[in-house]
Write a protein that binds this ligand. Structure first.
Ligand SMILES: [Zn+2]
Ligand SMILES: [Zn+2]
Length: 404
């Protein structure tokens, strides 16, 4: 992308700094959890209308999620989509910030308030520069990234949000990365995520007469240990997989052997083959361990975000070049692969996409608390850079795709 375009984007974004901070803090004060982002969606739509766009609210019949199209000079091809997630998490905020959450039991603890703000900023800039671009930009404000079981991305795709889209980009703030640093990566960057549940059926009885029972606690304990051999003994050591048990419940009384033990946990990988092997091994081990100790097992394996976030190499490299122009080469680095997951992966199964990161951690401003912590906060000084990255990448991607 030519320096003049990037320069104008950066100057316009810098001039918006105060407005961006005010909007981000307003959104922070009124968080709404997954599938309940009604007021958030209304606010986004009204801001898009102010810009001059015609937003559409709604996802699978619910009044959440917003999409708007900007047709630049020429026709509507190619089409580049920019996506922001808009939901908050279902826990209260622990802070004395003047803009702390006013909606009890909800908090923007992942930075999605900033994601909304930055995409609205990019929409305003791209609208003002639309005569310099050819093609279409689709702005996607997606609900329910954090839900874990009913993905907003998957729902929006079913509604047709990717129809006509040639490429998609998304960005996430990272509080563990210093403010202003940009991270990118080709290929897989975030893991797939599945949930497993196992229910061991034993036969309860008196804690002092184990010979008359089938103890599901012993079965479950053996299962947890055997589970450790999937990654260490069954998966190719050069592949990556995490299997964790997060929940283990059996019994409530000290001298009673319970009837059942219930466990559940998570599997994360970067490869569908590895995921399938892990699933098969988990089911097999649950069944055989239960049988060894005279019990039985029921297992459930749920594909939550079944694909890794997998960046298209050409788009990722295009993004890196744009990022170097926007924030300077010293501030751009390759991202490590992460075992966290993101439902942006659903879009990438349909169209080429790139997902990148912008650091927002500044110890002096106390913005380094982990994502999903009740003391999470965003360094608002990075908002103009985020706006510039999105607007610059959209311009560069339209130019690149238009060459074909
Ligand atoms: Zn999150
Ligand atoms: Zn997030």
């Amino acid at each position: 992308m030519d320096d003049e375009y990037i320069g104008q984007v950066r100057r316009t974004a810098a001039a918006m700094a105060e407005k961006l901070t005010a909007l981000r803090r307003h959104l922070h004060a009124y968080p709404e959890i997954s599938w309940q982002e009604v007021e958030t969606s209304r606010l986004i739509a009204s801001k898009l209308e102010e810009i001059g766009l015609k937003p559409r609210i709604g996802t699978t019949g619910k009044p959440v999620g917003v999409v708007a199209d900007l047709v630049c000079g020429g026709d509507a091809k190619p089409c580049v989509a920019l996506r922001a997630d808009i939901d908050a998490l279902a826990f209260g905020e622990e802070s004395d910030l003047e803009y702390r959450s006013l909606n009890s039991g909800a908090m923007h603890a992942c930075g999605h308030d900033a994601h909304i703000t930055m995409l609205l900023g990019a929409a305003e800039i791209l609208y003002s520069m639309k005569d310099r671009l050819r093609g279409q930009v689709r702005f996607i404000f997606q609900p329910a990234e954090e839900h874990g079981l009913i993905s907003g991305a998957e729902a929006m795709i079913k509604d047709g949000v990717l129809e006509g889209v040639d490429a998609i980009a998304g960005m996430h703030l990272w509080s563990h990365v210093p403010s202003g640093r940009v991270q990118w990566r080709c290929g897989p960057v975030m893991a797939s995520s599945d949930v497993w549940e196992v229910r061991f059926q034993g036969k309860g009885g008196h804690g002092a007469m184990p010979q008359k029972t089938v103890d599901p606690t012993v079965i479950a304990a053996n299962f947890i240990l055997a589970l450790q051999t999937i990654v260490s003994r069954e998966i190719d050591p050069l592949q990556t997989c995490v299997i964790s048990a997060g929940k283990f419940h059996c019994g409530d009384v000290t001298n009673v052997i319970p009837n059942t033990a219930e466990l559940s946990g998570n599997v994360r990988t970067f490869s569908l083959d590895v995921r399938d092997s892990a699933e098969a091994a988990l089911v097999r081990i649950a069944k055989s361990v239960a049988e060894t100790y005279r019990g039985s097992a029921e297992t459930k394996y749920i594909y939550v975000y079944p694909h890794p976030v997998n960046n298209d190499p050409a788009l990722a490299e295009l993004f890196r070049d744009v990022a170097v122009q926007v924030v300077g080469g010293d501030n751009v680095e390759e991202s490590p692969m992460l075992m966290t997951s993101e439902d942006f992966s659903f879009y990438q199964t349909q169209v080429p996409g790139v997902f990148f990161f912008l650091g927002s951690g500044d110890p002096e401003k106390e913005t380094t608390a982990p994502h999903h912590s009740s003391r999470f906060n965003v360094d608002d000084a990075v908002l103009p850079a985020g706006v510039s990255l999105l607007a610059s990448f959209a311009g560069a991607a339209l130019e690149k795709l238009g060459e074909k």
